[in-house]
Design a protein. Structure first.
Length: 410
């Protein structure tokens, strides 16, 4: 699958990334991780930090999949609001999901000082604004739900938003504790650290097929075999080519990064900005004074068609930036890209085991919070592989069907 069109900005920020030889020959490990994107990187780091015997293979280069299209927003709040999660999954499970995201974000913030390649993690607040006046009541309700369950946030009326940003929106929720990162540097930082802790890493090494035995799995690559007690599949959206998840949907999405601005517009605390409309637009700044904007999602097309769409969609994204911040008119786009993006019908990612794949775990962080989901998955799976019991995995089951909420929970 061709995952990315156009040029994403991140590779230029790490001109000489660590490189790893392809696998040639046979080897044994306790845990084989397939995929060197955000999911595989988080898993490799979690496992290697616990002293596990880990091998990771990546068929492209490390970070060469969707993770270098990632725009680096790290948020507790999700594509699906807490109120909506409670309505769909019930109060206990809906709140559990948000708490897991909060804990994962705190874990990501702690990574900043532990990696030798700086992932440029900066704590930020988020502004979620009402796209249309009718959404203001829904936001007020969401604010009350978040407050009731202990998630810190403020509800802002239009005058407060106007005073702090300059643009007019009917209402917003402002919440602390989120962050931005450079996803490519994060993936390399995590894998580099896992490697220095003993994990074996192979680039340009594709898993071809598998043999599932009673005591583990044999993974065949072009030039070798890996005998693993357990496998973690972290193949991103390409997992859908191996095993289709009925509730997963792939689409195209687009993003731009501007050239550095002489001065950023009025942008309160350089917050992450997004909106209630679906699909939504989102905006962030970078440490060197640029603006990133993303959205303009479309149905999945061929990669060739997506290549052609990048300039058009990029122009529309720049117009959205100018509509919010008229003072940046004349700013030029430096990078524009489009990519495959995965969502799920019920709004939760997939992680955990699958009955058809013994000794195997999957990390499928589908949705706009893929980095946070990768963190949740890697911790829950690493705990399980160490012999712990993590019932939270049931929430993200690969074979789930959304359970209706018990009466009275909405
Ligand atoms: C435009 C865009 C913006 C995004 N913005 C954000 C954001 O702001 N915040 C956020 O949290 N998330 C965001 N996401 C989602 C995020 O990119 C993903 O959730 C995450 O980075 C994907 O990581 P991954 O490891 O699952 O997949 P990938 O990065 O695709 O990694 C999977 C890897 O597996 C490898 N692989 C596949 N098959 C094999 C095989 N058979 N053998 C060996 N290797 C194999 C691939 O080459 C690939 O490198 C965004 C996505 C897009 C497209």
């Amino acid at each position: 699958m061709e995952l990315v069109s156009g040029t994403s900005p991140w590779e230029a920020t790490l001109p000489n990334p660590p490189e790893y030889d392809p696998l040639a020959g046979d080897e044994h490990c306790d845990c084989l991780i397939i995929g060197g994107g955000m999911g595989g990187a988080m898993a490799a780091y979690a496992m290697a930090s616990r002293g596990a015997d880990v091998t990771l293979i990546e068929k492209r280069k490390i970070g060469g999949g969707s993770s270098h299209a990632n725009t680096g927003l790290l948020q507790i709040a999700n594509d699906k609001s807490l109120t909506s999660c409670i309505n769909t999954f019930g109060e206990e499970r809906g709140v559990l999901f948000y708490r897991l995201c909060q804990k994962a974000l705190q874990g990501i913030l702690k990574l900043a000082g532990k990696l030798d390649i700086d992932p440029q993690i900066i704590e930020r607040s988020s502004l979620l604004y009402a796209s249309v006046p009718e959404d203001a009541d829904m936001l007020r309700q969401e604010y009350r739900t978040l407050q009731r369950h202990g998630f810190t946030c403020e509800f802002w009326e239009s005058d407060r938003i106007k005073a702090l940003y300059g643009f007019a929106k009917p209402a917003a929720i402002y919440s602390p504790g989120d962050a931005e990162t450079n996803p490519y540097r994060m993936v390399h930082g995590l894998i580099h650290k896992a490697h220095s802790l003993g994990a074996r890493v192979y680039e340009h090494t594709r898993s071809r097929h598998f043999e599932y035995n009673s005591d583990g799995v044999v993974c065949y690559t072009e030039d070798g075999r890996i005998f693993a007690k357990n496998v973690i599949f972290a193949m991103g959206y390409e997992t859908q080519e191996m095993k289709r998840d009925r509730g997963a949907e792939l689409i195209n999405t687009y993003a731009i990064m501007t050239k550095p601005l002489p001065a950023l517009p009025k942008w309160h605390e350089r917050s992450l900005i997004w909106e209630t409309a679906r699909p939504y637009l989102y905006f962030r700044t970078t440490p060197d004074g640029r603006i990133i904007a993303g959205g303009k999602d479309e149905t999945l097309t061929s990669p060739e068609r997506r290549d052609i769409r990048v300039p058009t969609q990029a122009k529309k994204l720049l117009q959205e930036v100018e509509a919010l911040f008229p003072e940046v008119r004349g700013t030029e786009i430096e990078y524009a890209w489009g990519a495959v993006f995965g969502t799920t019908h019920d709004g939760l990612p997939y992680m955990g085991t699958h009955p058809d794949y013994p000794h195997c775990y999957f990390i499928e962080g589908y949705g706009g919070n893929g980095t946070v989901y990768s963190m949740i998955a890697s911790e829950l799976i690493a705990d399980t592989l160490e012999g712990g019991i993590r019932p939270e995995l049931e929430l993200f089951s690969l074979t789930r069907s959304a359970k209706p909420a018990p009466a009275g929970t909405s």
